[in-house]
Design a protein around this ligand. Structure first.
Ligand SMILES: *Cc1c(COP(=O)(O)O)cnc(C)c1O
Length: 504
């Protein structure tokens, strides 16, 4: 299979080049030339283990990888020592009150957030891609993170030969536990640095470096090149397609679906639009989906976009209690709009130019209608998020994190507004509640000013659940990167210095 760019439909690259580069030269995102069709294969796929399902789906997309290479990637990424339990993804029914909803827990990996599902396998895809597409070169992976990507990328790429990694996170934009997870990171090939500003500043700063020809030249001289582990990289999106199929088949095997072909709803707490886009691709490949429910927090730029067709980032940025969704520019929306506009690279180049120059664009009525036919958008405030955590704990005896709570609350709004309570619904649960312990505990009782680890012990006591060892062990880890902080203009110099090719 070949890939093209959302801003250059004429381009043709194979999957190893696409994964190695991360983003296209003209700033567009790589997309498959066409999607494989699994409609007639649903019945045979429905019996597969997670590993076998992943191998089948990856094989359809990574046609310049051998089956053995793909098997090797899957086996290493989703090994039992990385994801505890029989399968890496766990589906939990929340059907106590006659409801038809199922939580898809995606956070059983090493860093307790759904990003592990993709970032445990990306390094394996990437090292194999490098051998094929750019032998002998070193990949310098730049990451902008709203909290969870950073840690998951660091953990995935730690000491991976042929790679260096620099992670930037917004100084005041991550939870204390997320920050602690990153600044205690071990590994010789990586650096973590705070950036003045919010996630969008970090993301645009990093994106500018990818298209900076002087920077590119400096790296080329050192036999290095930039790559990305953010969800703009196709190698991040592809692994996310798998679990939507997996969840569907799990529901079918447990009798929650009457037949293969019955439609489900999918609810996703959304930031950069990567996770929900993977669900959309799954449905284009034959997964029967009724509606995609796109849940936002107070940064509701996507809710407004789905209702008006106008994407407008010119608004106040809120630091919320679901920080991994505090984003005003959702990069992966570009891929959806490419599909909905009939793959018009011209339209996409225009809208993205307008976004960069004026901060807004309008996709017009034709694309808007297609969008609204499949997507429902909703948002909730911090207070509603906390209420949702409390409600779910009381009604379903289930402890969820703030991001999952946003999804559950917006699903409630959807059901109320549309009356659709019958369609079986899969809700993406994207983080372990202990990762956001202060907010989660705060939803249940007043939290005194004490440290995170005291809150953690209290939440264990109150909920009868156990904090994961990945979180509890942070308490005794040395702080390694806690003093680094740069402003956006200092980014290029900082990166060159880190790589040891500074000078000026
Ligand atoms: C990254 C993240 C999200 C948002 O996912 P996108 O793919 O960026 O839309 C939601 N919840 C958590 C916990 C996350 O880490």
């Amino acid at each position: 299979m070949q890939y093209k760019s959302t801003r250059n439909s004429g381009l043709r690259l194979n999957s190893s080049e696409v994964i190695a580069r991360g983003i296209s030269e003209e700033g567009g995102l790589f997309v498959p030339e066409m999607l494989p069709d699994f409609r007639t294969a649903l019945s045979s796929l429905s019996e597969l283990s997670y590993h076998a399902l992943a191998e089948t789906i990856f094989s359809a997309f990574l046609t310049d990888f051998s089956r053995e290479e793909i098997q090797d990637c899957v086996k290493k990424a989703y090994a039992p020592e990385k994801f505890a339990g029989e399968e890496p993804v766990v589906i939990k029914p929340l059907t106590a009150h006659g409801e038809n909803k199922y939580l898809m827990e995606l956070w059983h990996g090493p860093t307790c957030a759904f990003k592990d599902m993709a970032l445990q396998i990306l390094p394996h895809f990437l090292t194999k891609s490098l051998q094929k597409a750019m032998p002998g070169k070193e990949a310098v992976i730049l990451v902008a993170t709203s909290g969870d990507t950073g840690k998951a990328a660091l953990e995935g790429f730690r000491d991976v030969p042929g790679t260096r990694m620099v992670v930037f996170y917004p100084k005041d934009g991550v939870s204390p536990m997320q920050r602690l997870q990153m600044v205690t990171q071990e590994g010789e090939n990586l650096t973590v640095c705070a950036i003045e500003g919010n996630f969008d500043d970090a993301q645009t700063g990093v994106k500018q470096i990818f298209t900076d020809s002087a920077m590119k030249q400096k790296l080329t001289e050192q036999n290095m090149f930039f790559s990305s582990a953010n969800s703009i990289n196709w190698g991040r999106l592809l692994p996310q397609i798998v679990y939507y199929f997996y969840a569907y088949f799990d529901l079918y095997r447990k009798g929650a679906l009457s037949h293969l072909g019955q439609e489900i709803n999918i609810v996703v707490p959304t930031g950069n639009f990567g996770n929900i886009l993977a669900a959309y691709y799954a449905s284009e490949m034959g997964l029967p989906v009724h509606r995609f429910i796109c849940a936002s927090n107070a940064n509701k730029v996507l809710t407004d976009f789905i209702s008006t067709g106008v994407y407008d980032r010119r608004r106040e940025f809120f630091a919320t209690n679901s920080p991994s969704m505090d984003i005003l520019v959702s990069s992966n929306l570009e891929r959806l709009l490419y599909a909905l506009s009939g793959e018009s690279d011209e339209a996409l180049s225009g809208w993205m130019r307008q976004l960069a120059e004026t901060g807004a664009y309008d996709v017009g009525s034709v694309v808007l209608e297609k969008l609204q036919a499949r997507f429902f958008g909703g948002f909730c405030s911090d207070v509603e998020t906390l209420q949702a955590i409390r409600r779910v704990k009381e009604q379903d005896s289930y402890l969820c994190d703030t991001h999952t709570a946003v999804a559950l609350e917006v699903y409630r709004q959807y059901a109320e507004k549309t009356g659709d309570t019958a369609t079986p619904t899969v809700v993406a649960s994207t983080a372990n509640p202990y990762k956001f312990v202060t907010s989660v505990l705060g939803s249940l009782e007043k939290v005194p000013e004490e440290d995170e680890f005291q809150s953690l012990a209290r939440l264990e006591e109150l909920s009868g659940t156990k904090a994961p060892v990945q979180i509890t062990s942070l308490k005794n880890k040395a702080l390694r990167f806690d003093s680094l902080c740069v402003s956006k203009p200092e980014l290029p110099a900082f990166i060159l210095n880190t790589l040891g090719i500074g000078g000026n």
